[in-house]
Design a protein around this ligand. Structure first.
Ligand SMILES: *C/C=C(C)/C=C/C=C(C)/C=C/C1=C(C)CCCC1(C)C
Length: 246
């Protein structure tokens, strides 16, 4: 694609992200009011997550617009990482909280996974700052990306394994939605490491370096829309089931 098309494509997705974050904020705020006290926390966290993301997407969008006519290298990726550093631990916490597990199990799982999430993003950021492209094996981008992936796997291990024991106590309906939620989490969160790799492997899969950068931005942005407002809707669904005593 031409540089103009690439610029425009990312521009449109970022604009959609601002709209989705803003609209879902109002939805979560009004929906939480209809829930009983004990079921509200997870939905409150969803509202917090999309509000943080709304703010950052305004900054991200501004930064993108500033690259017009210049070089994509001027885009400030740090806004995304600050956003993830705040929102990813909240998203992990919300998934555990909505199940209303035994308090001791709950706080242990939350503490551990918040730390994993933080380390996953922080180490990924170090790699992201390395703009070296087309060298898969000896670029620090790949090495830090691999370290970050270890923390990603630790989170998945807890969500797919660690939770199971206390999970059996949940109703069939909630178990069903939770299973969907986990798969959604894996499918959407899995987009990030792939998008991250695109600039590095662009040359190997027949893309130009510019296409690699554009597709990375599109991938991150679509994944954010699914992983924040989209995921928040599923969390809200579980909270409403809990609310009606199921
Ligand atoms: C709302 C934002 C979310 C849910 C962001 C999630 C981000 C990730 C799961 C990022 C993971 C990464 C790796 C597993 C390796 C490469 C570096 C990252 C940070 C892109």
């Amino acid at each position: 694609m031409s540089p103009e098309q690439g610029y425009q494509l990312v521009y449109n997705f970022m604009s959609l992200a601002i709209a989705s974050m803003g609209a879902s904020f109002f939805f979560f705020i009004s929906a939480r009011g209809a829930l009983k006290e004990g079921n509200r926390m997870a939905v409150t966290l969803s509202a917090t997550v999309v509000l943080i993301a709304f703010y950052h997407y305004v900054r991200i969008f501004d930064s993108w617009v500033a690259t017009a006519g210049g070089s994509l290298g001027e885009f400030n990726e740090a806004y995304r990482y600050v956003d993830w550093l705040l929102t990813v631990p909240l998203l992990v916490a919300e998934l555990i909280l909505v199940l209303r597990l035994d308090k001791k199990v709950e706080s242990k799982l939350i503490q551990r996974n918040v730390v994993y999430a933080f380390l996953m993003i922080a180490t990924g950021y170090i790699g992201e700052m390395d703009n070296q492209t087309s060298v898969v094996l000896d670029s620090s981008r790949t090495i830090w990306g691999a370290i970050s992936t270890i923390f990603f796997v630790l989170i998945l291990r807890d969500l797919f394994g660690g939770i199971d024991a206390s999970f059996k106590k949940q109703s069939k309906e909630i178990q069903g939605i939770f299973k969907v939620l986990r798969v959604v989490l894996l499918a959407t969160w899995g987009v990030y490491p792939i998008a991250y790799l695109l600039p590095t492997i662009a040359g190997n899969i027949g893309l130009s370096a510019g296409d690699g950068l554009v597709l990375k931005q599109v991938g991150y942005t679509i994944a954010d829309i699914l992983a924040k407002p989209g995921y928040g809707l599923l969390i809200w669904k579980i909270a409403t089931l809990k609310n009606s005593g199921r």
